[in-house]
Design a protein around this ligand. Structure first.
Ligand SMILES: CSCCC(=O)/C(O)=C/O
Ligand SMILES: [Fe+2]
Ligand code: NI
Length: 195
């Protein structure tokens, strides 16, 4: 189940909303032109599946998204603890890449097929922190200021859709806001404590 928290963006952010209610999440995100859908997950995908295998397993859903919006390039962002000696360092580097506020001149469309991560959408003086989990398809309009936190123990697989064949290109805003909004580990711990 997806989880949404909304925060003010001032020097001392206040939490305005915490919800797991799918209808409330969809309605709140609609106010900022963001669409969150829940699609099926392929359960029998091998843990070590590669990019081509993942895209083949989700061909029907991927083709549906491409047909809707004319995307020309699709890839898979995947991080999963592999037990290697350099995993902690690679995980930290991967996390840092998306951790500062940025924009794209393309929509941000991400279909989570395993694991989780939080997109922070900074719009109209508020930050919407959307915890995406397996089955969540998030569509964020181009030029929306945002960042992404995969947490200190990254574990997710997300299919990404682009209109540009060059793939991921981010323009960083230089705003340090991400440092004062609760991070992935804090938000997921807070959610666990609610249940
Ligand atoms: C969950 S896909 C990796 C993150 C990403 O592509 C992005 O643009 C984060 O803002
Ligand atoms: Fe992004
Ligand atoms: Ni595993």
């Amino acid at each position: 189940m997806t989880y949404l928290t909304v925060h003010t963006d001032g020097a001392q952010p206040q939490t305005l909303l915490e919800t797991e209610d799918a209808a409330e999440i969809a309605a709140t995100l609609k106010e900022i032109d963001v669409v969150l859908r829940h699609w099926e997950v392929v359960e029998d995908l091998p843990e070590g599946a590669g990019q081509e295998e993942i895209l083949a397993a989700y061909r029907e859903q991927v083709d549906r998204v491409i047909a809707e919006e004319g995307y020309t390039f699709v890839d898979v962002a995947r991080l999963h603890p592999d037990g290697s000696a350099d995993w902690p360092e690679r995980a930290a580097v991967a996390r840092q890449k998306f951790l500062n506020e940025h924009t794209h001149d393309d929509d941000e469309v991400r279909y989570f097929v395993a694991g989780s991560g939080i997109f922070y959408l900074h719009v109209n003086g508020k930050v919407h922190a959307v915890l995406c989990e397996a089955g969540d398809l998030l569509s964020v309009p181009k030029n929306t200021t945002h960042w992404f936190d995969m947490g200190t123990r990254p574990d997710f697989t997300a299919i990404r859709f682009f209109h540009d064949d060059d793939g991921w290109i981010g323009d960083f805003t230089g705003d340090p806001i991400a440092q004062r909004i609760p991070d992935f580990d804090t938000i997921t711990a807070g959610r666990a404590a609610r249940t």
